[in-house]
Design a binder for this molecule. Structure first.
Ligand code: SF4
Length: 200
């Protein structure tokens, strides 16, 4: 399986970013449709006030990862099960790797906090399902979705990429959006040092 990840980054002042791309009512309503709603600590409903959480930061540093699949990988996934399993494997692996790299950035940007693409996958079953506290609170990161952000529009508007979906075959690429909330924009050299610089 060969995948190649291309990264793009962009910093936006948080008030403007929220004004343009946050609609909690609309997108949290979408989350309520999810069969796993309320079963993951990283996802809605958040166990704290989102406005208070966001108020500590001034900038949204965005990372878009475009995960390109080679033709052989796409061709080899020739059943519905294989499409689902291969897609899941590729995306989960990339997401975990990016989460780790974003945590490296956190250590270099004091007071920053990263947000991940989609729900936390660190445990096989989230403790929230059993009404227990998160087992790895230091490691888990909240999802971008949990704040009611319009990820499709961000991908298109900010990074000029259309999101593709698995249909009767794997798509040419997957897209993930991660964020680093911080007091200032992340310098290009720091993105680079975490292996997340633009390489397209
Ligand atoms: S670390 Fe485990 S318990 Fe915590 S949010 Fe992630 S899956 Fe749930």
């Amino acid at each position: 399986m060969v995948v190649h990840i291309e990264y793009r980054t962009r910093a936006m002042e948080l008030p403007l970013f929220r004004k343009k791309y946050q609609d909690r009512e609309k997108f949290i309503a979408c989350c309520r449709e999810c069969p796993h709603y309320g079963e993951l600590w990283s996802c809605p409903p958040l166990p704290f006030d989102a406005d208070t959480f966001l108020a500590s930061y001034a900038w949204a540093n965005l990372l878009c990862a475009q995960i390109r699949l080679d033709e052989e990988t796409i061709r080899a996934a020739d059943t519905e099960e294989k499409i689902k399993a291969t897609g899941w494997e590729i995306v989960s692996k990339a997401k975990l790797d990016i989460e780790e790299r974003m945590k490296i950035l956190e250590t270099r940007m004091p007071g920053s906090r990263s947000l991940s693409s989609g729900g936390c996958g660190l445990c096989e079953t989230c403790a929230r399902k059993e009404n227990l506290p998160c087992r790895r609170p230091e490691e888990m990161r909240y999802s971008m979705d949990a704040f009611g952000l319009d990820l499709t529009t961000i991908t298109k508007d900010v990074f000029h990429i259309d999101i593709l979906w698995c249909r009767d075959r794997l798509p040419e690429y997957f897209t993930l959006i991660h964020g680093l909330l911080a007091k200032e924009p992340v310098p290009g050299t720091l993105w680079e040092s975490a292996g997340l610089s633009r390489n397209v």
